[in-house]
Ligand binder design. Structure first.
Ligand code: GLC
Length: 478
């Protein structure tokens, strides 16, 4: 099969979150499974590293309709790990200084991008069997395909899959943008209209042939208003075409045996390097050494990641003898809070504000425990990465956290972490205390660490599920 994966970010070119990891690793797995896979993304000229930019090859340019205007679009390409990458170039839209998103004209930028993807297929005469679009930024692709392109020469019969990585971001705008920016004629405006807004994710759910999300539990959770950010009515009516596949991670990139970003390598049976990683991490974090357990937190500092719970009980955690190493940035109230805690407990709490990928790896490798108390978590990749580096996750049983981390207390003996059920600070503290108890019995702890390291979180299994879904769509009659 020929698959086009459309995303607003992809590793290793431009990344702001988990979507980039998935867009960087799933296509690679599809190619390894014998399929042809292409990735299309915006050309963020200020974000792509100069040495990578040099390798991109210019192919062509054309003009793309955005409302009543026509905008320049250049196409660049390169190949990596057998995956063909296409970059949509327009400096007015994508040459920006402060990150990938959050600009006043994001609606227009991604309307342009979505339309440009389909125009590119026509200009280059590429006909994929499947287009897999991701999140609100590419939600207009299945919509434009259905209203403008499906009867075009060479475009008939392409199937559209839409993947939700986080339902919290739906691309909600005023209805006045419908014609002017989204190029959707008034008589078709009901496609994106929802609760008085133009809602791009709702439109994609309506128009895609299949909707997927990034874990089986999240696929069920988003049918419920507590998780759905208002989209439950829409999703409940489309259950027949919705499913959830757990993400994998790039097991070459995250490999404690070969990683060059960590001070010492280690693997099951050869764990001496993990001790070195812990010592070096404490040094780097400015904390005194010793035997106490170290708990890592690497996250965007936003409410739904569970920081309100952490704020309630961090004093107790520190008093129980756990050292805490935090890396992340986001809402100012949480940044201020971690600075405050670092000042209060200079020997036990360390906070670095920002996102430093190599330091993140040193935390994964050097910590003993990893905390993710998310209120909601579509999939979450950090808990799987932590396990690869012999670090035991403590998570709230929600979304992909529930699907990937079985509790240590489970009768099966296959538990790899500590989980708690309700979104409650004392329940979280209970899970942390249970982890500490097991840590204090080093024989049990070492066994737990090695069980976790042996788990397979590669894309092998999940890529098969995507392929199965794509094959089902290809077998539909045109
Ligand atoms: C989003 C979700 C996260 C998921 C990632 C990749 O960032 O919040 O849970 O792991 O997408 O699908």
């Amino acid at each position: 099969m020929k698959i086009l994966y459309a995303a607003s970010e992809a590793q290793p070119f431009a990344a702001s979150g988990g979507l980039a990891d998935v867009a960087g690793s799933l296509p690679k797995a599809l190619v390894e499974a014998g399929h042809e896979c292409m990735v299309v993304m915006p050309y963020y000229i200020n974000t792509v590293k100069p040495e990578v930019r040099e390798k991109l090859e210019y192919i062509t340019n054309f003009y793309v309709p955005v409302g009543w205007r026509s905008q320049y679009c250049g196409i660049f390409t390169t190949e990596l790990n057998g995956v063909k990458y296409y970059f949509i170039d327009n400096e007015y839209y994508f040459k920006r200084d402060f990150g990938l998103y959050g600009y006043y004209d994001d609606a227009e930028r991604y309307a342009f991008f979505s339309r440009a993807v389909l125009e590119m297929l026509e200009h280059l005469e590429i006909k994929p069997d499947i287009i897999n679009s991701n999140d609100w930024q590419t939600a207009l692709i299945p919509i434009y395909y259905n209203i403008y392109y499906k009867y075009h020469h060479n475009m008939w019969g392409i199937r559209n899959v839409f993947t939700i990585h986080n339902i919290g971001y739906q691309g909600q705008y005023g209805l006045e943008l419908t014609e002017e920016i989204f190029s959707i004629p008034r008589h078709l405006s009901s496609i994106i209209e929802y609760d008085g807004d133009a809602n791009l994710m709702k439109g994609a759910i309506e128009m895609a042939d299949k909707v997927t999300t990034v874990s089986p539990t999240y696929a069920k959770e988003i049918l419920n208003p507590w998780f759905s950010h208002g989209l439950d009515r829409c999703l409940n009516s489309k259950q027949y075409k919705t499913c959830g596949f757990l993400n994998g991670i790039d097991t070459d990139m995250y490999n404690s045996k070969t990683d060059k970003d960590i001070p010492a390598n280690f693997s099951v049976g050869k764990m001496a390097g993990k001790k070195t990683c812990k010592e070096k991490l404490l040094e780097e974090a400015g904390l005194p050494g010793g035997d106490s357990p170290v708990m890592g937190i690497i996250s965007r500092l936003v409410e739904h990641k569970g920081f309100d719970l952490i704020k309630c009980v961090l004093d107790d955690v520190v008093c129980s003898g756990i050292k805490v190493v935090v890396l992340g940035s986001g809402d100012k109230q949480y940044e201020d809070y971690f600075y405050y805690m670092q000042n209060k407990y200079p020997e036990a709490v360390s906070f670095k504000c920002g996102y430093i990928p190599a330091y993140a790896k040193r935390i994964y490798a050097g910590a003993d425990m990893f905390l993710m108390p998310s209120k909601s978590e579509p999939c979450g990749l950090a808990q799987m990465i932590a396990l690869r580096y012999g670090t035991v996750p403590i998570v709230r049983a929600t979304g992909g956290l529930k699907d990937s981390i079985m509790d240590y207390g489970d009768e099966s003996g296959e538990g790899v972490g500590f989980t708690f059920q309700s979104y409650n600070a004392l329940d979280m503290l209970g899970a942390i205390n249970r982890a500490k108890e097991v840590y204090d019995d080093q024989t049990k702890w070492k066994k737990l660490v090695e069980t976790g390291m042996k788990k397979d979180f590669s894309w092998k299994q999940s890529a098969k599920l995507y392929i199965g879904l794509y094959e089902e769509l290809c077998s539909w009659e045109s």
